[in-house]
Design a protein around this ligand. Sequence first.
Ligand SMILES: Nc1ncnc2c1ncn2[C@@H]1O[C@H](COP(=O)(O)OP(=O)(O)O)[C@@H](O)[C@H]1O
Ligand SMILES: [Mg+2]
Length: 274
Amino acid sequence: MKTLVLANHKGGVGKSAVATLLAHYFVVSRKLRVLAIDLDHQGNFSKPLRKSGRAEVAPVTGHEVMTSAVSSLPMASMVLVPSHRDLIGLERQPAMHTPFARNLRAFLAAMDHQFDVCVIDTNPNPDIRLIAALASADFVLSPVELAQEALDGLAALLNHERVGLRKIKAVLNPKLRLIGLLPSKVEATPFQRANFVQVLQQYRSLMIPLSDRVGDIASLPKRTAIAEAQADGALLWEVRKTAARDAWKEIEPSLARIADIVTSKESPNGQAAA
Ligand SMILES: Nc1ncnc2c1ncn2[C@@H]1O[C@H](COP(=O)(O)OP(=O)(O)O)[C@@H](O)[C@H]1O
Ligand SMILES: [Mg+2]
């Protein structure tokens, strides 16, 4: 099982939307067995998966897989370990942080043979949930919005003293790979275009190339159909509206590329995996 964490220290950037799209994509288009874990008390990954009717909801929550020893789940092609409101309180129990991280790691290890891919959605405030997820994951993907304050937050995502990716990789989890930054909710306004160019220049090495063409990188446009599918629990590519079809055509290459990386068909820098 490969574990992918959606992470960004900012809310509203599309983490839960991308987690939802990817979870369905892995099951439907790649025929993989998917474990979906929602560690955000807001539950914006759990809601659309429940509504879709395509996920078997586990009898344990994200809170329990961090606070106790859980070692079995129902058998299904997609199982959701849903959000729980008490997840917000884990940060306030510092003496238990190491056991929390160990519980999650042991749980993921126990699920290794039952699922092919695990998608973990996280909360924006950097805390023990994010640390525990990153400490046990194979991959991290960071949706980013092209607004100035979001760009300022990128430095924290990478270099934060406690939960920065560099620190986690160096201290807790050397196998963690940053798939990259995924510009999301991208609009065609001149302001965003200017920001896009700026981000590309500043963070070029962290973008996810789709081809050898300069500037051909994975990104998700801002489309009402994506937000609607998220709210309705619908699969974007099954929605019979032109706007949904068009949105799907735009985002499919980016999801496919991310799925290829997670399933190890390609390494993050675009070279074939050894
Ligand atoms: N590509 C997109 N186009 C339009 N709306 C989007 C897109 N991605 C996310 N949204 C919407 O933006 C809001 C915030 O997205 P969400 O995925 O919940 O962010 P996060 O998990 O980072 O807080 C939600 O209402 C969601 O449906
Ligand atoms: Mg979210």
